[in-house]
Design a protein around this ligand. Sequence first.
Ligand code: GLC
Length: 428
Amino acid sequence: MNSWFRGAGLGLFVHWGHASTRGWELSWQLTGGVRHQEPAMEPVGCEEYFANAAAFNPTRFDPAVWADLAWRAGARYVVFTAKHHDGFAMFDTRLSDYSITKHTAFGRDITAEVVEAFRDRGFRIGLYFSIVDWYHPDYPRYSDATVRKPYVVGEHPRGTAEQWARYRGFMLGQLDELLTGYGQLDIVWLDGEFEYTPREWRFDEIRELIRSRQPDCLVNDRCLGHGDFATPEQQLPVVAPDRPWETCMTMNSFWGHVPSDQSWKSPGELIRTQVETVSMGGNLLLNVGPTGDGELPVQAVERLEAMASWRARMGESVDGVLPGLELWQFHGPSTRRPLPDGGERLYLHLVMRPYEQVVVRGLKVARIRSVRLLGEDHVLQWTATPHLKDVHAGSADPAGDLRVKLSGARLDEWCSVIAVELAPEEAE
Ligand code: GLC
């Protein structure tokens, strides 16, 4: 496992395609969404949807602007939709004419430009690639007559064995193009595994292709049985998975640019979600859906700017840190950073407004060196009380309770952080 991924903290997911010109959700607009699943969508005719690709002309596209903002917000890797379920290649493929380079007046390899701009800014690079393709004739292509609207998992058109063999060859061929044409990839983010069985997909072969072309590249767990990291979607896992993981999440309800959707999460909620994710040892892959013109929506910009501002003051509490205390010790997310002298700094994140004080239990209280509010100058008042049982046992390094006074302290609008510095354990 490539160690950069654990502790990366924040990634930027970009869901973009020709559907964004119409304010349609990527791919799912043509199925009218998924039965029993939010958000609901008005279906668009399949052929109308597919034909819209020709009109894609994002003249205001400048990925360096996205990369710069995302970097300041703290993202250190990007995952870009090179191809979504609708089959439209946002890259220059030799295997189909249904692509940004051959099917539009725009004609530029958008994936190549995104990869280059983000790589130049220092990002690790991930490509999202849908293994299902609702446009390909052998998949077989979705039509209004064959697809259930709203979509029902397991009830989609299926072709013959010959078609499937041809389709699989095509899919592997396009994946190979991405693996060989865009420099070093750090993540291949597969999606759409739910439409055929693992036996039909032969994920071992897909994984082997990726490994042979890009030995250090990670693959998400939708490459069933062969994933390097778990991908809970839209929610934090209840318990942290026992392997590397990343939660992908939208800022409003849709993945693509759907301007009618005003259900934006507040900047504070996004910041606190990032904090919670990192405190559980995972990464947050936060999604943006650029407009059909190629710009980030103002709401997304505002949120990334807020994250950048929070990070300028509190970044050390989420960058390259480890999960902190147990929840019985501190009732909120916390992280910790080992210090060069063997001590450590704990970061306690106040995701709710405290009453007059914050209590931390079971700390080695004789080792507390300082307690302060990150990003603020004034010192906090605190008291530490060793547990009586440790006192009675004559312990030189007792566990105890820390009480931090907060009345009068200036709390952050989004998420204050208390930094507690602990000295190393004394050598016996
Ligand atoms: C879901 C959606 C898909 C999106 C993906 C991102 O699978 O169906 O549209 O790309 O989540 O995780």
